[in-house]
Design a protein around this ligand. Structure first.
Ligand code: HEC
Length: 238
């Protein structure tokens, strides 16, 4: 089902995650609520207070597709791995829902905007900023934390890859499941997702697969990283 959606999108030329573009709706509306809300509070302006209130309604509505598409991307690109930024994002999204509901009722009761509503808008703003931060961590974390995807000057060797993987993945393909070649696997998006996958591989539908797990005593973190670099820098470029 998920596969089908992404393949349909790829057919019309869209090959990116689908969650990031829709996040702008929620983030934009929260920013709007805060800016209009604080202005309404300072100027005691009833019209702007209503605008802020309407922004919160749209933020709440747009949160639904944003979360659904986020879960889909997570399943597809991150193989549903419980990475730290993912846990943070899920927690923050739950908190945002609660904050927005409170902000909605605070804004609704007031004739003009109340101080507590403005404070709630400010918390929503902080929350979406943190959500954006962990989204960035997820995509760019590996590259900024001293583990660049493309390490310049490091000697990349396929030795470990030949030992552990090439029997089933010759030249980055897949001799058992031809339609799932290794070199275009979504799990290659970061080192963490790659590690999460090879430590306990699962088929796309979540069932067990022929691919054996590579726990740390079988394949050290260092060797796994070497394999990752080899796939990214050599096999993917072929
Ligand atoms: C015994 C055969 C076998 C070995 C050895 C093996 N794999 Fe796999 N691998 C598979 C199969 C089969 C799949 C397809 C999984 C499925 O059923 O969805 C797969 C899938 C993958 C995928 C995900 C592909 C996708 O698009 O879903 C990655 C990444 C991967 N393997 C990496 C590795 C790495 C790295 C090694 C070496 C450390 C390795 N594999 C060793 C058989 C193997």
């Amino acid at each position: 089902m998920i596969e089908f959606l992404y393949q349909a999108l790829a057919k019309i030329g869209y090959t990116h995650p689908i969650h990031p573009p829709v996040t702008h709706a929620t983030v934009g509306m929260v920013i709007g609520a805060f800016v209009f809300g604080i202005t309404a509070w300072k100027l005691r302006h009833q019209g702007l207070a209503k605008t802020a209130h309407h922004c919160i309604i749209l933020a709440l509505l747009s949160l639904i597709p944003t979360v659904i598409l986020g879960v889909l991307d997570w399943k597809y690109y991150y193989a549903g791995a419980w990475l730290f930024p993912i846990k943070m994002k899920i927690m923050l999204a739950g908190l945002l829902l609660i904050l927005l509901v409170f902000a909605l009722s605070a804004g609704y009761k007031a004739e003009t905007v109340s101080k507590s509503a403005v404070i709630l808008y400010a918390f929503c703003l902080l929350n979406v900023t943190a959500l954006g931060y962990f989204g960035g961590e997820l995509v760019f974390g590996d590259k900024s934390a001293g583990q660049p995807m493309h390490v310049v000057g490091i000697e990349v060797s396929g030795e470990q890859f030949s030992k552990s993987c090439s029997a089933c993945h010759p030249n980055g393909g897949n001799s058992i499941k031809q339609d799932l070649p290794l070199k275009t696997a979504p799990q290659l998006v970061t080192l963490d997702t790659f590690l999460a996958y090879i430590r306990s591989p699962k088929a796309r539908d979540g069932s067990t697969t022929i691919m054996p797990p590579f726990p740390a005593d079988k394949l050290s973190g260092e060797d796994a990283q070497k394999i990752y670099q080899y796939i990214i820098q050599v096999l993917k470029e072929q």
